[in-house]
Design a protein around this ligand. Sequence first.
Ligand code: ZN
Length: 489
Amino acid sequence: MPRTPDARTRRRGAAGMAALALAAAVTAGCASNPVSGRREVTLMSEAEEIAIGQRGDAEIRREMGVYHDEEMQRYVSGVGERIAAVSHRPSLPWTFTVLDVPVVNAFALPGGYVYVTRGLLAHLGDESELAGVLGHEVGHVTARHASQQYTRSATGSLGVLLASIFVPGVAPFSDVASMGLGTLFLKYGRDDELESDRLGVEYASKAGWDPESVPRFLTTLSRMDAMTTRGIPTWLSTHPDPGSRVDKALPLAAKAGEGPRERHRDEFLRRLEGMTWGDDPSEGVVQANRFLHPDLRIALDFPEGWEVQNSSDQVVATLEGEKLLMLFRAADTARGASLADGAKRHMRGLGFTLEQGAEEPVGGINAFVGLYKGKAKQVGPVRVRAAHVPIGRQVYLVAGVAPEAQYAQVEAEFEAAVRSFRQLSSSEATRVRPNRVGLYTTRAGDSWQAIAQRAGKGLVPATRLALMNGFAVNVQPPAGSVVKIVTEG
Ligand SMILES: [Zn+2]
């Protein structure tokens, strides 16, 4: 959900990105690969790579949000620029951005746009690991992996770009599709990943960092369970099989040059201290099936057991294996219209017509609650329970969408969720705080379990604490070492 209560009327969409990518890929040519030097058929010039990267960059910044810490951004850019300078394509307009996203991920767009999440930073052990990750992503760009995939999809082997939009059709569904930014997250092949690992070692080493960082962080990844994706792929889903990559990267790192092997562990950990961990309340917090937005002062309980995904402009809840959907977002209703007219017009714009509805209180606020019908691609006829709830100058939409045949079964759950919409008191709102990364100096006899409970107040389990510090949970940290913990904000 947005940081401000302004309605956002932008038309976003993965479909737009895919169309752009395909449109850009019309001028065929042959060029030599900057890394391998081999000639290869490419449908994309460097200028087109940059243009696609630029468009994708705008989408990513808007959709995922940039982490609001200038100093951290500058620091990560500095490390990235040192890497880019020793890469095969130093003259690309490189940018390195920390995204305000709690999942562990890093990715790159054609043209030199590289991203790491704050969730990934929290799992790194030192600066050389950051250099290794950035080196890997820079490698995807310099070796033109994404460009080659765009090329291949345009030449007809597989609609990589379009195939990843999983539920197109009626507007709320296409919004869900674009929320995952499916088109941007091309899965690289195994060879591409290994080449990027090799380039990560090469670049980090050339730029003066310890190249052992690459297998070291791959080991951390191999320990990581598949994490909740929240609509955004984790590193694991875009970078498969980290375990065997460790075996490949180890000898490469050992062979890498004789130069300096910087790690800067202490300085790196000090930079991480205070960084947001988990959800950032300024965009709303998900606690199990509950969504809380302390700035907007609103809360909503989705049905129990549903997975709730918060993105920058809406909250979506789904039940695994079912074509059911609930969503919560600011509604773009026509100004000056009555609540009922505005609601009807809004829903008509999304492809739904009103069957019955009335003004009634939701969370003590006079709202328009209606039952609508319409069609969704790949779902067929659907029914929608929707409430339009005005707060100040903003109208919020809370809606449940189900296939017609299934609607009666879930109506009570939809109804309860819609009715749970409420305003938070100021004291409730101020109690919603993000957790942060803290530092802790271990004492003799400390175990991850003890640290998690005592210093970490049980905010994250011992396994997570060990993982974010580069340890297996059954290997205890030596006394007197500084480790990361998660603390209350
Ligand atoms: Zn990769």
